[in-house]
Write a protein that binds this ligand. Structure first.
Ligand code: FES
Length: 110
């Protein structure tokens, strides 16, 4: 069973196990990770924005044009940002690390 590491907004690392085939948004929700996902994965809302740990980023499927458009609206966009609802967990992604962007407290460093 693949593992996913969520780095929460307070820096806490939460390692969870999840079924392949689920989106990281679904994985977050079933493990009490505070990721919003307001549109339920259409994708249209950008509230499921996750920052993928750079070494994992190339292992993901390229984002579709619609995902890119929605990501442009995300707060705190980075080069390794993706939509959690569009990342589907596979066995190959066992150990993937993703960070929740800090929407709530804006820091001048980022
Ligand atoms: Fe809305 Fe992912 S849940 S874009």
């Amino acid at each position: 069973v693949p593992k996913v590491i969520f780095v929460e907004r307070d820096g806490n690392r939460k390692t969870v196990e999840a079924q392949a085939g689920l989106s990281l948004l679904e994985v977050a929700h079933s493990n009490n990770v505070d990721l919003e996902g307001a549109c339920g994965g259409k994708p249209s809302c950008s509230t499921c924005h996750l920052i993928v740990e750079p070494s994992w980023f190339p292992k993901l499927k390229t984002a579709a044009a619609q995902e890119e458009d929605v990501l442009d609206l995300a707060f705190g966009l980075t080069n390794t940002s993706r939509l959690g609802c569009q990342i589907i967990l596979t066995e190959d992604l066992d150990g993937i690390e993703v960070k929740l962007p800090n929407h709530k407290v804006e820091t001048s460093a980022k």
